[in-house]
Each structure stands twice: as structure tokens, then as C-alpha cells.
Design a protein around this ligand. Structure first.
Ligand code: MSP
Length: 647
């Protein structure tokens, strides 16, 4: 089922929920997709770039009810926020799919029905812990409390075991096929660490998947059985087919499917790398080339998300600087796959040094001299010197490397490589001192050569950076007097020496102005929601015994301990809780070595919402005393079984 070779490139982003205002984290996925779409166009391929919104399901139903709106009203009012942001960020998608579109809903019903007829979907009974108050089955991994009951993590009420009629997808039948597919296509999931994670999950056993709900009304009804609503993930994943014409424009669909690249955040890897290929195999579609799970943008070491209240509004930056500095920063700062911590200080530092100092100055100096010394059109120039040739040859080398990096989705490396060339072009100017040459009348032709060489270098750098900073690249080419836009010239057709002598160049305009940190932070403070007022006096919060009982405290045995890289305080601990093993992160590295903790037992709160600390997931918290800011852990001295209740 390998993709037939054809010069097309189909790239997707996840479709974003409409209960959230898009933030820098969402912008990140979309910017990566946009840059790769633009790169592939310039590489001579026909490109289809799909993004959109995920508008069904309980989250939206709930958010709409809280706002006193119907789910569709909510979706209609929020969808424009995503669309406006993509416009402001110069995103060049070919289609924006909404899961409430008829083409999508009909497609999902048809795909569901086909699988039902084939027997890959069947009706059965789902038994699980159900929260009546929230009308929701709890996730499998919610632990039993000391009474042997599961408590709803959202509302804190006790759940009951309930069975419900549901349709199942026969996921278990695809375990072996998936493993074989991963084995034969090691690039199917990237980066490689995520491939291992996925394969381990599948190897540990797949159970059939409940793919309908009777308690959720806002969604696509099961064809012929409308009391059941199709599970939002079954619905949403199929946007990658319906968004490219499945069942409504089969010519388009056949041209582009299978997708080359599904870009997603690592949080939704399992859906894309396990469920999605299984659905596709069942329906008989070829599988996509690659599911790339990128890392998270963190703020203050926690994943940026609405629920944590730490989201950054991209408009703070776009309004002040336009889209390109943000696009550049997000793609330059981290490899796609790792987490990054977003700070405005870090952002401004990079913008000032890479964009204002290195690239901006190169363009500004060169164009200023072209104006001053030649009135905008470089005249007769000398033949190429050894120094000129070295710069041109370096460009060819850098170009090959940059294109190779784009091709393998290593955009940060492409930019890093390109900036070595920008550095070399700056050095070329410094070494060839045009400002001195202008004082020597017999060096006029040499001066013309030096400025032409620098302008040609800028033109080349502008071409290579165009997928990431399309607006700036276009402006640079206009300033150089080019009539074409850089993205209209395929990489294969670009020639360094094609900058025409005598071409009318314009006076420079500031491309990447330096940003003053103080002024920027002041503007940001105006955008940011007002901080909650701190209570003047700290009063003791009294809790009831009922509230205390909500804490699930257990004895944990440490199986493994190691330091969290790049921190002095944090240890990552693997703990045994009797019925399961978990990972927690604890700020105890200043008082304990990892070796000291292995085999020790202490108390852990096990029903605390998991958190990401310095990019590492912590599924619980240990209890410790604090002295002078350092943690001292009360260990159990007598033998006690891991998982025992602490009260
Ligand atoms: N609707 C589902 C996706 C269905 S795809 C068939 C969903 N939506 S979401 O709006 O919650 O998030 C979508 C994506 O936004 C994440 O997978 C990730 O790509 C991106 N991000 C959200 N927060 C992020 C960060 N803080 N950092 C980086 N990307 C993040 O899941």
C-alpha cells in the first residue's frame, strides 16, 4: 500500500477545537505546516494544505451550554478566530474544513456504514465507571479509591459501574497488522522516540474501541440508529479524507491521498498513529507517509493551555512586528519534536540578533550603499575574484544543505544553516570594505562587483527563507528590483548570478526593526488579562472532612530515580502503587540523591491532575516537609505494601 510516487505533497494540521481561543501552541503546528507547504511548492510539487476546526463532541456541547448558546452558534462565533489568526500569520491553506460541513458529516456516516457492513464495526455493550452528574464514562486509568470506587476527576462525585449499548470498532484485529506496518515503515511515526512509544503501546495489547455515545447529542448520528452519536475522534480523524474530496470530489481525492504528512502535537499521537491507521486499513485506504508528533510550547515550564491559564496571545507579537518574526522564532528555536519554553525575552533576543542585526543590517547596508554610490542601479562590474567565488560557492553548498533539511522536516536546521551564509555575506562586506573602495576612483568597477555580489547573496538568502518568512522574502526581492516573487521561482530554476546588472534597486526600508524589551513588555502587559488581586492577609483555608477525603493518599515504593536534565532540584521517580506503576516529578534533588531514594516508601497524592514539569509528566505528588526551602521526606519505617491507603 505504499504511496505511488507523484509530484504532490499533502500536509495537514490537527483540526482545532472551537471551545478554545487559538494561542501560540496552535499557531506553531499551523506555521510548521505552512512553511513545509510553501517549501514543497517551491520544490516543484503540487501541494494541498488542509486545516480546520473540530466542532462536535461533549467539550463543545458543554462550553456552549455554559455560554447559553447552541453548539453551532458557538462554533460559528469561534471559527473566525482561527481563520483570522491564520490570515494574520500568512497561512496559505488550500481548504478550511469544519466538521459541521455537510460534505464531512455525510462522508463520516458513509465510512461508518461501510465498516459496519464489513463487520469491522459491531454493536455491543460497553461497561465502565460512569459519572451521572457529568454524563460521562471515566477514563480507564482513573484509580479506584480506598472504598474500591472510582471518583469523577472533574466533579469529585462517586461514579457507578454502568453498561451502555455502543458500537465498537474491531481495533484488536489490527494489532498485528499495525506492528507489521510500523516494522516495514519506520518513518511512519516521527521522531523515532515517538515510534517506540506507539509500538510499545500497541504491543501491550489493543482492545476494541467504543466509537459511539448515547449521552452525547452534539455530533454525527449513527446512520439508521440516531440514538447513537459517532465518537468525536472517529468523526474528526476522517476530516483528512473528507477535506480532500472523498466522496464529493474524487479526482481531487485521488490526486492527493495518501497524505504525505500529518503534523500533530505529541498529545494526540495515539489517535493518529494507532486508531487512524487502523480505521484506514479497515476501510481499505493506503496509509499516510508520516505522522510527525511535535513538542509543546511551554510557558513557565507547563504546557500552554487554556485550562492552565498560561496561554500567550500571538496578536501581542503580530500587532507589533507582523507575522514573520514569530514564524521565524517558533521554527528556529527548537527542532520539531522537542518541547520549548516560550519567553518574550528569549523571543526578542533572537529577533534582535538574527533578524535585526544579521539579516536586516545586511540588507540595509547593501541597499544604502547601492543608492549612495550608484543611485540605485549597479553599473559595470569587475570579473569574479577568488573572494567573490568563495561566497557564491558557499551559497551553492548552503542551498543544498538547506533544501535537504526542509525535505526532512528539520526546519530549524535549515534556518541555522542559512544563517551561516548570512554571517558569511556580512563578513564578505566587512572584508571587501566598499565604503573605502568608493573613495578610490579607479576601484569603481570593483565596488560595483562587491555590491552586486552582496545583493546577489541577499537575493539568494531571501529565496531560501521564503517558506518561513514569505512576507519579508517578498519585500526583500521587491527592494532588489525583482519583478517575480521569490515563491514563484522554483528552487531548481534559481541561479545566484541571475541578479541582472543595472536592475533598479530601491532605497532600504526597515525590514526587521530592533525591539526594545521594556517597551514590548509594557505593550504586552496591556494585552494580558489583569492579574488576580492577591489577598492582603493570608487567612487559613478551612476544609471539611469531606473535602479532605477527596485526596487519595497512597503508599508508594520507589523503583527507579533519576535527575531531570537541566535542573538542580528535580528528580523523576518511577513508583509502584500496588496495582500500577507511575511516574512523578519531585523537587527533592537538593536533599536526596537518586540512588538514596530507590527502595524507599513514602506518601503520594495519586488523584492530583497530572502536570508537565520541565517537559516531564508527573502523575502525582509526594508529601514532604520543607526546611530552608529544602524538602525532607517522611519515609515509612515499618513494612507496608505499596498502594496502601494513607489517612
Ligand atoms: N481537535 C483535536 C484534534 C483533532 S485532529 C483530527 C485537538 N484539538 S486542540 O485544539 O486541542 O489541539 C490541537 C493541536 O494544537 C495539538 O495537537 C497541538 O498540535 C497544538 N497545541 C495545543 N497546545 C499546544 C502547545 N502548548 N504547544 C504546541 N502545540 C500545541 O486536539
Amino acid at each position: 500500500m505504499a504511496k505511488k510516487f507523484k509530484p504532490t505533497f499533502y500536509v495537514t494540521t490537527p483540526i482545532y477545537y472551537v471551545n478554545d481561543v487559538p494561542h501560540i501552541g496552535h499557531a506553531y503546528t499551523t506555521i510548521i505546516a505552512d512553511s513545509l507547504a510553501r517549501y514543497n511548492k517551491m520544490a516543484g510539487r503540487e501541494v494541498f494544505f488542509l486545516t480546520g476546526t473540530d466542532e462536535h463532541g461533549q467539550k463543545i456541547e458543554k462550553a456552549a451550554a455554559e455560554k447559553g448558546m447552541t453548539p453551532l452558534q458557538l462554533a460559528d462565533s469561534v471559527v473566525t478566530r482561527a481563520q483570522d489568526l491564520w490570515k494574520a500569520l500568512d497561512i496559505s491553506h488550500d481548504f478550511f474544513i469544519r466538521t459541521t460541513m455537510e460534505i464531512h458529516e455525510k462522508g463520516v456516516q458513509k465510512l461508518f456504514k461501510n465498516l459496519l457492513d464489513k463487520g469491522d464495526i459491531y454493536k455491543g455493550e460497553y461497561e465502565g465507571w460512569y459519572c451521572v452528574s457529568d454524563e460521562n464514562f471515566l477514563a480507564e486509568d482513573v484509580p479506584l479509591n480506598k472504598e474500591g470506587v472510582k471518583v469523577c476527576p472533574d466533579c469529585g462525585k462517586k461514579a457507578a459501574v454502568v453498561s451502555e449499548e455502543t458500537y465498537f470498532f474491531r481495533l484488536s484485529a489490527y494489532q498485528q497488522k499495525l506492528l507489521e506496518y510500523y516494522e516495514a515503515h519506520p518513518q511512519f511515526v516521527r521522531p523515532p522516540s515517538r515510534m517506540n512509544e506507539v509500538a510499545n503501546f500497541v504491543r501491550s495489547g489493543l482492545r476494541d474501541l467504543s466509537i459511539t455515545r448515547t449521552t452525547v447529542k452534539w455530533g454525527v448520528p449513527v446512520p439508521g440508529d440516531p440514538a447513537h452519536t459517532i465518537y468525536v475522534w472517529f468523526d474528526a480523524l476522517h476530516n483528512y479524507l473528507t477535506g480532500i474530496g472523498w466522496d464529493w470530489d474524487m479526482t481531487l481525492f485521488k490526486k492527493y491521498w495518501p497524505a504525505n504528512l500529518h503534523l500533530i502535537g505529541k498529545d494526540i499521537l495515539r489517535f493518529h498513529a494507532v486508531f487512524w491507521p487502523a480505521f484506514l486499513m479497515a476501510s481499505g485506504f493506503p496509509l499516510p507517509g508520516c505522522v510527525f508528533g511535535h513538542g509543546w510550547w511551554l510557558k513557565d515550564e507547563a504546557k500552554m493551555s487554556k485550562s492552565k491559564g498560561n496561554v500567550l496571545d500571538p496578536y501581542v507579537i503580530i500587532d507589533a512586528l507582523g507575522p514573520d518574526p514569530l514564524r521565524y522564532f517558533l521554527l528556529r528555536e527548537i527542532p520539531i519534536g522537542l518541547d520549548g519554553n516560550f519567553s518574550h525575552e528569549g523571543f526578542i533576543h533572537r529577533v534582535n540578533s538574527d533578524l535585526a542585526n544579521d539579516f536586516g543590517n545586511l540588507v540595509h547596508r547593501t541597499l544604502t550603499m547601492v543608492q549612495q554610490y550608484f543611485g540605485g542601479a549597479i553599473g559595470e562590474r569587475e570579473d569574479e575574484s577568488a573572494d567573490d567565488r568563495a561566497l557564491r560557492e558557499m551559497f551553492e553548498r548552503v542551498k543544498a544543505a538547506v533544501l535537504g533539511h526542509y525535505e526532512s522536516y528539520a526546519v530549524n536546521k535549515a534556518l541555522e544553516e542559512l544563517w551561516t551564509f548570512i554571517g558569511a555575506a556580512n563578513k564578505y562586506l566587512a572584508d571587501n570594505v566598499p565604503w573605502k573602495l568608493t573613495k578610490e576612483p579607479d576601484k569603481r568597477r570593483r565596488l560595483a562587483r562587491v555590491l552586486w555580489q552582496a545583493a546577489a547573496a541577499i537575493r539568494g538568502a531571501g529565496h531560501l527563507v521564503a517558506p518561513v518568512m514569505p512576507g519579508s522574502a517578498k519585500k526583500i526581492w521587491e527592494l532588489l528590483g525583482e519583478t517575480a516573487a521569490p515563491f514563484d521561482v522554483p528552487f531548481a530554476d534559481f541561479r545566484f548570478a541571475d541578479l541582472k546588472p543595472g536592475q533598479a534597486m530601491k532605497a532600504p526600508v526597515p525590514l526587521f526593526p530592533r525591539v526594545d524589551l521594556k517597551e514590548f513588555l509594557a505593550a504586552e502587559a496591556k494585552h494580558a488579562p489583569p492579574a488576580k488581586a492577591e489577598p492582603k492577609e493570608k487567612t487559613m483555608d478551612i476544609i471539611t472532612f469531606e473535602e479532605f477525603k477527596k485526596l487519595d493518599l497512597r503508599v508508594a515504593l520507589v523503583l527507579k530515580a533519576e535527575r531531570v536534565e537541566g535542573t538542580t532540584k528535580l528528580l523523576k521517580l518511577q513508583i509502584d502503587l500496588g496495582t500500577e506503576q507511575r511516574q512523578i516529578v519531585a523537587g527533592v534533588a537538593e536533599t536526596y540523591t537518586p540512588e538514596e531514594l530507590v527502595g524507599k516508601k513514602f506518601t503520594v497524592i495519586v488523584n492530583l491532575k497530572p502536570a508537565i514539569i520541565r517537559g516531564v509528566e508527573s502523575q502525582g505528588m509526594l508529601l514532604a516537609g520543607l526546611t530552608g526551602g529544602k524538602a525532607v521526606i517522611p519515609f515509612f519505617e515499618r513494612d507496608i505494601a505499596p498502594g496502601s491507603v494513607v489517612q
